[in-house]
Design a protein around this ligand. Sequence first.
Ligand code: GLC
Length: 534
Amino acid sequence: MTQELTTATVTEEHTGPRTGWWRDAVIYQVYVRSFADGDGDGIGDLPGIRARLPHLKDLGADAVWLTPFYLSPQADGGYDVADYRTVDPLFGSLSDADDLVREAHRLGLRVIVDIVPNHTSDQHPWFRAALAGGPERARYLFRPGKGADGGLPPNDWESVFGGPAWTRAPDGDWYLHLFAPEQPDLDWDHPEVRAEFDSVLRFWLDLGVDGFRIDVAHGMVKAAGLPDIGASEQAKLIGSQVLPFFDQDGVHEIHRGWRALLDSYDGERIAVAEAWAPSPERLALYVRPDELHQAFNFQFLTCDWDAERMRETVDASLAATGAVGAPTTWVLSNHDVVRHVTRYGGGERGLRRARAAALFTLALPGSAYLYQGEELGLPEVTDLPDELRQDPAFHRAAGQDGFRDGCRVPIPWTADGPSYGFGEAAPWLPQPDSWRGLSVASQSGDPHSTLELYREALALRRELPGLGDGTMDWLPAPRGVLAFTRPGFVCTLNTLGHEVQLPLPGRPLLTSGAVEFDGTSTLLPAESAVWWAI
Ligand code: GLC
């Protein structure tokens, strides 16, 4: 690295004198290897992202969250980190990271980076030293096996990616990995593990990042004695019950320590937890005033297209975080789940519902996370050839489905070129031909496009004082329709496959429907959301 790094903070000149910026921020997730390829190797990188930041600015995002770009053998798309303070050459250099942060700040965008504290890569110097019998072994969870000669795993835990959560080391002991065998779990009882992550957080805060997305924030602490679960297909239990390896109360002490560290910096640095908790109430524990700022609310993401269920989910989410004074987050897609256009049924119907869900969630109180490409209405790619798939879960039985590559296909920027503007070379995963018409260039300026719908929604969200943080009230509505009001504003969502008669609440501002909705009719279009000024 040639360039000297100095702290780059967001100043009021960039963002205005807001406090609590994160309470209603729109945060755009960039999956680094699939956003923009600056050096023509078919894989996205930091210079590529930097060059495309104006897209986020034009969209109206407040911040960008970057998935891991640290040195990594890429056994799990970079969530297997071999050096937390180095940028993988695949994605650029540390000075590229510094440039990216500075450029984002210049554009008024904050930058959140991913931190992976539950496990390292098996190529991390600590783990290599651990395998060689060094004292670093105590920083991981090595245990003797059961049965004759210790040939059976120490307990019945299964990896989230399928198969046993234990792999036998050459010396006969087993080590725990809740994810792939290339991702050994750290032992957070060890003081050096804690000290190391404090230091890693400081490293990136000093470089100027505005916060962290904490990977598997519910996983660092394991129940004492590592007790058996006594059930199989454990991946299916995640998020519905407390397991001895997830959502243990001990994780909160770690988060409290990190909050104090974040608060010791200027400029409101934040942390958002990726925590799969069994209930909104348990999720809210992660965002108590002295813990993390936000937690991803996956309840809406996993909710069916059903008005009653959606309303219950919104109520439960707001009540739980409201009880601890934290904002709720709304998430429809990310790099681990099937894109919501496809979850909602795919095709025109899926897109119709996805557009409606976007307007609905963007009008709710709290912060919103957008996953790259959702503003283009991209569907999941379901027909990738097996030999191109890289999700480590793909070849492991009985874990998560292993089809996460389908939401990670590089996004289209232009209607032509070898990768629709993603880069100069063929992309690491092939893009469907139909994506030509879904590119940023193809949709820009088309008032009916999904991209312009998102742009307009985010612009209105900034403009209207009643949106963002605050409260909401439900309004009476026919079955299958949801309506809620916020100061000066109403949002309606018709989940049904047909029009619904409704006394119109005000002047229409924006509709998710593909056709112009002039507001003179008293019929709400099928599967659409409308924003109203009142
Ligand atoms: C998180 C990430 C996912 C990764 C896993 C293991 O769930 O979002 O992509 O595979 O953690 O680090």
